[in-house]
Write a protein that binds this ligand. Sequence first.
Ligand code: SAM
Length: 365
Amino acid sequence: MRRSYESASNSRRIDRNGVSQYQEEEHTDLARRVADHYSARSKQTYSEREASPIIHLKKLNNWIKSVLIQLYTRPGDVVLDLACGKGGDLIKWDKARVGYYVGVDIAQGSIQDCRTRYNGDQNNHHQRRGRSRLTFPARLLCADCFEVLLDAVLRDDGPFDIFSCQFAMHYSWSTEARARRALANVSALLRPGGTFIGTMPDANVITQKLREAQGLTFGNSVYSISFDEEYDEKRFNSSTPFGIKYKFHLEDAVDCPEWIVPFPVFKSLAEEYGLELVFVKNFHEFVDEYMKRPEYAELMRRLGALSDGNQVTCTLSPDEWEVAYLYSAFVLKKRGEPDPKRRRANRTNYRPTQISKDDILYINK
Ligand SMILES: C[S@@+](CC[C@H](N)C(=O)[O-])C[C@H]1O[C@@H](n2cnc3c(N)ncnc32)[C@H](O)[C@@H]1O
């Protein structure tokens, strides 16, 4: 339990991190805004998706997530997908032959779409093309992953071999308490030796671009980032590395507040929770490195993000490639050795069945 004390001046409750009750409420409202934004984004049909101005960027992002999943997942693994969204990675987990999957997201609309996708949604391109049903059992929760203590809810489902948080960890960085809860959730449920994979904005690149910009807004034809006047000196105080907010707009994808995650702070906070850095790579470096491996180059060719299939023309526009530079991929490992005698979570013996609306667990803080 977090301790709190009364502020003498205004009698509002202030916690140990200096966060007032008012600020907590403001952060909960912002989390809700993020949730509403993602909930309201309707599922696209295959042709709408292919017509997107950032279709090749989406394909590149999918390639990066596929590579991370293939690098660190073994058949039968028990997976927790934090901020799973509409279940865009379900097929990737299936290809990695995982044994059991838990998806958690704050956005009700997204978790409901994830359910239909898991059940075999006919709007889904892969399923329309006759791809068989997913082969792993799954459970879905609707919760704020950075507020709710998940180990109380998921103790019987874990321990997990792998945690994944794709394009979402930065939503926890609005306050230190939320960032800590995010990492505490990973640490409490990941087995010793287990892996945490993720993708999030690269704070170094965003800061560098802010400093190079004329004002407090920068971007190109597909994205824009704006900081408030309070950052007009373009310097962030290293003693307050949480709550550095900017507004992010990405054409046909994102339009909501996000927070800078200074990577050295992320790394040292993760260490406090027993999570050690394996690597962090900007997406440009990630692409350079893993495209050298024939199996991943072949996967890229099939996805069609960087080449048109003849491996001649680059189909990703320069503006999309610049957006890719705004992100990095990271891998952390939970300290300790895996228990060789450990039994797999009971749920891996379950057969995959349809998830009904009532099966989704909704958790309010
Ligand atoms: C850019 S989307 C990524 C979705 C998915 N991980 C993917 O890669 O396709 C970000 C997701 O983070 C979720 N999210 C944001 N804040 C969250 C929170 N506090 N708890 C759980 N999910 C959250 C949003 O609802 C959204 O689905």
